[in-house]
Write a protein that binds this ligand. Structure first.
Ligand SMILES: Cc1ncc(COP(=O)(O)O)c(C=O)c1O
Length: 405
């Protein structure tokens, strides 16, 4: 067990709190929450040092090979994940670029929408709710359209929980000499995404995902050469990554009011990340969480949208049971009253829900959740949690698609 349940002691800080089995904001360690009790002067040397430290520590996670660490820098930016994705795209995609956006869910779609707002040229490979974009399909699109200069990929598409084939797609981007931008919002800090191995131009994530901090800012990890070349490219004053980078390097300060408390919480999140054993150890804990969850749910008749190969250790989509007494809102409330907050599904074809495996949780929490699931199903008089034929046909789509590829 990592620490006492957040619904247990220290009523002075958190009177009552559920376990958040969500893709973030998520359950944080008590020390992360406590680190927000201090007020910081944003101009003060101590806060500037804190900013410099978190930038360096994020780079330590992002780039394994010390000899190339100097090629990249980390630029934190105020706002939620979407702000930082928009900032990366608006700053680092040249005005004349043409981008191929790989879509298999809500976050890929949002990237395409962002490019429309930005007035950048783009094409999409849209695989619907969850089918993975495969390298040979991407290659065919590149062959057909030699004007494509950049590829944008979502690492873990959090809307279904699929782990996209980032390594293979990054190899393709390198082979075809394309710029590669990665939305690794929900995966960075746990799932492998080494800059040296992938050779990306830039990658984004945020404070409240696998580093287990509080929400309030995100960060872009980008090649310094591209940052240098991006002066004046951004459409926006507040989302200009170049200006933020340049200003931070010159003054140690954020442009505009920084989320001071959240930065302090993130620093504590990074300390705990190191203490646990870095990204590898964090990945192992999340994989254990997922396996305990998926095995337990399957024992109860639930089924996952995705087969093993594609299940990320970040979040898992389960089909709603076909049983006529099952009602998601009642299921949600039943779990919440027992101390667990889950997440609705995002599939357009069939009803589903999601359970997150990230945050300050371990397999004991997952076991407790499974007991809460039993009690809730009992309460709802649902004696069979298996999904209907429509759901299973969605699941078979993936296998059929992979066989045909
Ligand atoms: C892959 C991915 N991209 C982008 C976002 C958007 O982040 P936010 O909701 O913080 O704006 C999320 C949020 O979970 C995400 O998982």
């Amino acid at each position: 067990m990592l620490e006492a349940s957040p619904s247990e002691p220290d009523e002075t800080i958190v009177p009552k709190q559920e376990w958040l089995l969500t893709p973030g904001p998520l359950t944080t360690a008590r020390t992360v929450r406590e680190s927000m009790l201090k007020d910081w002067g944003s101009w003060d040397t101590e806060f500037r040092q804190l900013t410099a430290d978190i930038r360096q520590q994020v780079l330590d996670i992002a780039v394994n090979d010390h000899s190339i660490r100097e090629e990249y820098d980390c630029v934190p930016l105020q706002g939620s994940g979407t702000f930082v994705v928009e900032a990366m795209l608006g700053t680092l995609l040249p005005k004349q670029s043409k981008t191929l956006v790989l879509i298999n869910g809500a976050y890929g779609k949002r990237i395409a929408t962002t490019l429309s707002y930005l007035g950048r040229q783009y094409v999409t490979l849209d695989k619907g709710d969850f089918l993975p974009p495969l390298p040979h399909e991407v290659e065919a699109m590149l062959d057909a359209d030699p004007d494509i200069t950049h590829l944008v990929i979502v690492h873990c598409e959090t809307s279904s929980g699929i782990a996209n084939p980032l390594k293979e797609l990054a190899a393709l981007a390198r082979k075809r000499n394309l710029g590669l931008l990665v939305d690794s919002m929900s995966a960075f800090g746990a799932m492998p995404a080494d800059a040296g191995e992938l050779g990306y131009d830039a990658l984004v994530s945020s404070a409240n995902k696998c580093i287990e901090g509080a929400p309030g800012f995100g960060f872009v990890i980008a090649r310094k050469k591209l940052l240098e070349a991006s002066r004046g490219n951004s459409h926006s004053i507040s989302l200009d990554v170049f200006e933020q980078w340049d200003n931070m390097n010159r003054t140690g300060q954020w442009r505009f009011t920084p989320p001071t408390h959240v930065v302090a919480a993130f620093a504590e999140g990074l300390r705990l990340h190191r203490e646990e054993g870095g990204a590898e150890a964090r990945l192992k804990r999340y994989v254990d969480n997922r396996d305990t969850l998926v095995d337990g749910m399957r024992e109860r008749g639930f089924e996952t949208l995705l087969s093993e190969r594609w299940l990320s250790p970040i979040i898992v989509t389960f089909f709603n049971p076909a049983h006529s007494n099952f009602d998601f809102a009642a299921f949600y409330d039943g779990l919440k009253s027992r101390g667990f907050v889950i997440y609705p599904g995002k599939l357009t074809e069939v009803d589903s829900f999601r359970v997150g495996c990230i945050g300050r949780i371990d397999t004991q929490v997952m076991q407790q959740l499974l007991r809460a699931v039993d009690e809730t199903l009992n309460e709802l008089s649902v004696d069979d949690a298996s999904p209907g034929a429509d759901a299973l046909s969605q699941r078979n789509l993936l296998d059929e698609y992979l066989e045909a590829s």
